[in-house]
Write a protein that binds this ligand. Structure first.
Ligand code: ZN
Length: 132
């Protein structure tokens, strides 16, 4: 059995349609930043990496899962949110071991390495910041 200590951190990816969902996505971002010691990532207004829609990520430590994830469940504003662990296998993290809030969206698995250096699993900065 795999151990949960494999999980260095988590990402929540908040997807949005730039034409109709950006305001909701940013409202979630601001409210989350006020409440949780998580790291807010860059806002991408177009698909990037394996992600098929505009999005930003929230990076957080395992200890925040039990409070942040339920909060996102109740405050998703109709958006799709991908929650995935960060281990050493990004492909498995995103495609097999993730959970979705709202309707699942396609991911381009070709963009994801099967094994990566541990540092790519995501250093977690516990200081919340709002990037432009
Ligand atoms: Zn991610």
């Amino acid at each position: 059995m795999r151990k949960v200590t494999e999980i260095a951190s988590y990402h929540a990816h908040i997807y949005f349609d730039p034409a109709t969902g950006r305001e909701d996505a940013l409202a979630i971002r601001e409210a989350a930043a006020e409440r949780f010691a998580a790291r807010m990532g860059t806002i991408w207004d177009k698909p990037v990496g394996p992600h098929s829609r505009a999005m930003y990520q929230i990076a957080f430590e395992p200890g925040l899962f039990a409070s942040l994830v339920p909060w996102l469940m109740l405050n998703n504003r109709g958006l799709s949110i991908l929650i995935h662990p960060n281990t050493t296998n990004q492909k498995r993290d995103h495609l097999l071991d993730a959970v979705w809030i709202g309707p699942p969206l396609p991911l381009d698995g070709e963009m994801l390495p099967e094994e990566s250096e541990a540092e790519l699993a995501g250093a977690v900065n516990t200081t919340p910041t709002l990037n432009p």
